[in-house]
Design a protein. Structure first.
Length: 224
């Protein structure tokens, strides 16, 4: 028997949902990308994100993509692809997710299977209205090494260590990228139009970030 635990304008939480039903809903909602499903061993949350959520989700994704382009890094970007494993009875859809370190292992695969392939290296979560399910616990079970979570005011970078997420000041995927750097550009969103903001970010990467990168290289490999 299915019971509704929570029903609000942007979410519904159901219990006693089977894995088969969850998978059926994932397929049914493929053509409705605004829907977000989170499944945790019988609990199913269906979210309908609002505009602020979608704005910051897209902006964070553009920052990651601009950074990798400027640094000459290959990535496989999978947006909100469903990340799930039947053996764990857990699944969710990140707001954005990327293969970066493990991109060579999946770049040419038509369909990634998380029971065999590595999980995404970076997942992005915009959590302006908190989820009813502990999504970090699902990311932990899936083994995602890094999660960025933005709540509309502040950004937290989590690294997975010893099966627990620990807040960090710097990114794992981009070791010279500080949480404060990303937060600074997210704050500009209220006063700067989107493409102009991305241009500012690219300029910053070319000067400040690459400058830090060159300085680090000189320290590691000093001239004779």
């Amino acid at each position: 028997m299915t019971a509704t635990l929570i029903q609000s304008p942007d979410r519904v939480l159901l219990q006693n949902i089977s894995w088969r039903t969850y998978q059926s809903l994932v397929r049914d909602f493929e053509n409705q990308p605004a829907m977000r499903l989170t499944y945790d061993r019988g609990l199913l949350e269906i979210r309908m994100p609002l505009d602020p959520h979608e704005t910051y989700k897209k902006l964070l994704g553009r920052l990651v993509e601009a950074l990798t382009e400027e640094l000459g890094l290959e990535i496989r970007s999978l947006g909100s692809r469903t990340c799930d494993r039947e053996d764990l009875e857990r699944g969710l859809e990140p707001d954005q997710c990327y293969y970066i370190q493990n991109e060579p292992a999946v770049w040419d695969k038509a369909q990634i299977d998380l029971s065999q392939d590595p999980p995404p290296d970076l997942a992005i979560e915009v959590d302006i209205t908190s989820s009813s399910i502990d999504r970090l616990a699902i990311y932990t079970a899936l083994g995602v090494p890094e999660v960025w979570r933005y709540n509309g005011q502040s950004l937290t970078i989590y690294r997975l260590k010893h099966q627990q997420y620990q807040p960090c000041d710097f990114s794992l995927a981009f070791p010279l990228l500080a949480r404060a750097d990303v937060e600074k550009f997210l704050t500009l969103r209220t006063s700067t139009k989107e493409n102009a903001l991305i241009r500012l970010f690219r300029d910053w990467v070319r000067t400040d970030y690459r400058g830090e990168e060159r300085s680090k290289d000189r320290k590691q490999d000093p001239l004779p």
